[in-house]
Design a protein around this ligand. Structure first.
Ligand SMILES: N[C@@H](CCC(=O)N[C@@H](CS)C(=O)NCC(=O)O)C(=O)O
Length: 205
């Protein structure tokens, strides 16, 4: 059986969400990051950086939540969570996966780190100047996604795919950081996706 190394409220949730959407059997191995269960020699043999998630599927051990989502969606083609290779929709599928991870994630994480930093650091002029630049970039990146979702429920071709798992996970974080104010379409997209039964299962227990 596949094994997912997981901790709640981390990037491992997107992999668990996708497994729940697929409805395939898997073993969930929970690691308590606060107790450094991700730094044991046994886990470092699975993931040399001691990060979650990691997926073990027989001979295959995979790091990187994006790679795990791409792999899982293709591994079960009968579940239709990825457009077929060579289809017209496969290009946009890659595009939105990469856009979420490479263009959206770093700027959301900059705001996340800022929200976590101590109050005296938050007041620093340097940091606020940096944040202003991030805000300009964020607005441009969110506009691209917003335009991509005009008249659509999902990112790709009218059907839910693994790209929605990755995008909605990141936009959910952006929403909790109040970065989606002024983007009602994106807020609605996040709400609709996070209400899916598979999400409830992925964040339970
Ligand atoms: N790019 C990696 C990042 C993985 C990552 O940074 N995971 C964090 C949780 S979101 C982690 O395990 N951190 C280890 C720690 O906090 O000790 C991925 O998407 O899988």
């Amino acid at each position: 059986m596949m094994k997912l190394y997981f901790s709640p409220r981390t990037r491992a949730t997107r992999a668990r969400w996708l497994l729940e959407e697929l409805g395939v059997p898997y073993e969930l191995v929970k690691l308590d990051l606060a107790r450094q269960e991700n730094s044991t020699p046994a886990y470092l043999a699975v993931h040399p950086l001691g990060e979650v998630p990691a997926l073990v599927d027989g001979e295959v051990t995979l790091l990187e939540s994006l790679a795990i989502c791409l792999y899982l969606a293709d591994r079960f083609p009968e579940k239709h969570l990825a457009p077929l290779i060579g289809s017209a929709e496969r290009g946009p599928y890659y595009q939105w996966m990469a856009f979420a991870e490479v263009s959206l994630e770093p700027v959301v994480m900059a705001f996340y780190r800022h929200a976590q930093s101590p109050e005296e650091k938050k007041a620093s002029a340097h940091l606020n100047e940096e944040l202003a630049q991030h805000r300009t970039r964020l607005a441009a990146v969110l506009d691209v996604i917003n335009v991509g979702l005009v008249g659509r429920e999902f990112l790709i071709g009218g059907a839910f795919t693994a790209a929605d798992v990755v995008m909605a996970s990141l936009l959910h974080l952006a929403n909790t950081l109040k970065l989606l104010d002024g983007h009602p379409r994106l807020v609605e997209y996040v709400k609709r996706h996070t209400q899916r039964p598979a999400v409830r299962k992925a964040v339970s227990g």
